[in-house]
Design a binder for this molecule. Structure first.
Ligand code: GLY
Length: 387
């Protein structure tokens, strides 16, 4: 086994790629292990940067990290586009979250109160004002929240640009499946591939999305507690004659389920997403497609005219508290960048920055410390339990 890298990143989705890119920029010899770099959950994601509209009770700490990453987005995109010459479809279009009935309206009012308490910008609009902004909305829309700071990016283009940026920064790609972590004298030392090849490194970052909890060789007490949460997503196309169909992301909670419509500048309209705890299943089901189309149609009846161009399902890597796991583990040399759940695309810039700082200095930056994996370690959990 040859020591070829300072850093070996297991997982070539957007989180692994951004970590590798930032590490290589800081002068570390970096390699990424993935059979298909640029794939993963980003291939399915809609790319909403929804720190404000996806705020939930009890997630105020996560909100701080989400906002920090959202603030980094314009400079991050500019740097990535400059480094690669590739457009990543960043669109500062804002979001409108609407209510279709009295229950939805009450839910949105609660969300608005929470946003206001957290000092976030969000404006309540009545139904007529919503339709003035987005004329394709159903006449029955009862009101909504205008959030001008929640934007979008195209995750597939983002992933492709990150692959190019990594290549240009000198990152080596090992196109294979990581089977097992190598541990030598109590320290992470590299990886063994499914075909028996081995790669060594001084530091290893496990960034394999929902698969992160399945890597062989990782001691039980540091294995990340991530689970897959299935999301089915549709892609429609807005023909030029229908444009502008929607000018911003439009979303709602319909009968308790999230539905969102994300319009891209190139005419793609992403409709998502189901949220299903079904293990590793990635089947696109008739029921999933039906529910998304039914709910989206209630919001924007005109979608039935549009060509349906793609149906796909992916797996969000969820952690027990819905927040990511960022930083060192109890096994020296092994770090985590996983568990980003519903916010992987949003959290890409901040993840790259804090992981690169950690890899270079050995210290996790202050803002990432609440997300250190240690919070789930068995010893820490025992300590925190009331006597
Ligand atoms: N953040 C959108 C989703 O996970 O569906």
């Amino acid at each position: 086994m040859s020591r070829t890298s300072d850093v070996l990143v297991i997982g070539g989705g957007i989180i692994g790629l951004v970590t590798a890119w930032r590490a290589a920029q800081r002068g570390l010899r970096t390699a990424v292990v993935d059979p298909e770099p640029g794939g993963g959950a980003a291939r399915v994601a809609a790319g909403m940067l929804a720190a404000v509209t996806e705020l939930h009770y009890g997630e105020e700490t996560l909100l701080g990290l989400n906002l920090s990453s959202a603030r980094r987005y314009p400079a991050f995109v500019a740097e990535l586009q400059e480094a690669t010459g590739q457009d990543v479809g960043y669109r500062a279009c804002g979001t409108l979250a609407v209510a279709l009935d009295a229950d939805d309206r009450a839910h949105l009012r609660e969300l608005h109160a929470l946003q206001t308490r957290c000092g976030l910008e969000s404006e309540w609009l009545n139904g007529r004002e919503c339709r003035r902004l987005e004329p394709m909305l159903a006449p029955g829309v009862r009101g909504g929240l205008r959030v001008d700071g929640d934007h979008q990016v195209d995750p597939r283009r983002l992933a492709a640009a990150l692959v190019t940026a990594c290549e240009r920064a000198g990152v080596i790609f090992h196109r294979g499946v990581a089977d097992r972590l190598t541990v030598v004298r109590g320290r992470a030392a590299g990886v063994v591939f499914a075909d028996g090849r081995e790669e060594a490194a001084d530091q290893v970052v496990l960034a394999a999305g929902s698969l992160s909890g399945r890597l062989g060789g990782v001691p039980e007490d540091v294995l990340p507690p991530v689970r897959p949460v299935k999301g089915q997503v549709l892609r429609l196309t807005v023909p030029p004659a229908y444009a502008p169909f929607l000018s911003r992301t439009v979303r709602a909670v319909v009968r308790g389920s999230q539905v969102y419509l994300v319009p891209r500048e190139n005419g793609e309209l992403v409709v998502g997403a189901t949220s299903e705890e079904l293990g590793w299943d990635t089947t696109v089901t008739a029921g999933g497609v039906y529910e998304l189309l039914r709910d989206a149609h209630e919001l924007v009846p005109g979608i039935t005219e549009l060509p349906l161009t793609e149906t796909r399902a992916g797996l969000r890597p969820a952690s027990p508290d819905n927040a990511p796991l960022l930083g060192p583990t109890g096994l020296p040399g092994l770090h985590l960048a996983t568990g980003h759940y519903r916010n992987g695309v949003l959290l890409t810039p901040v993840t790259g920055d804090v992981l690169a700082d950690l890899l270079v200095t050995g210290v996790l930056p202050e803002e990432a410390r609440p997300f250190a994996p240690r919070r789930f370690s068995p010893a820490h959990v025992r300590q925190e339990q009331p006597a």
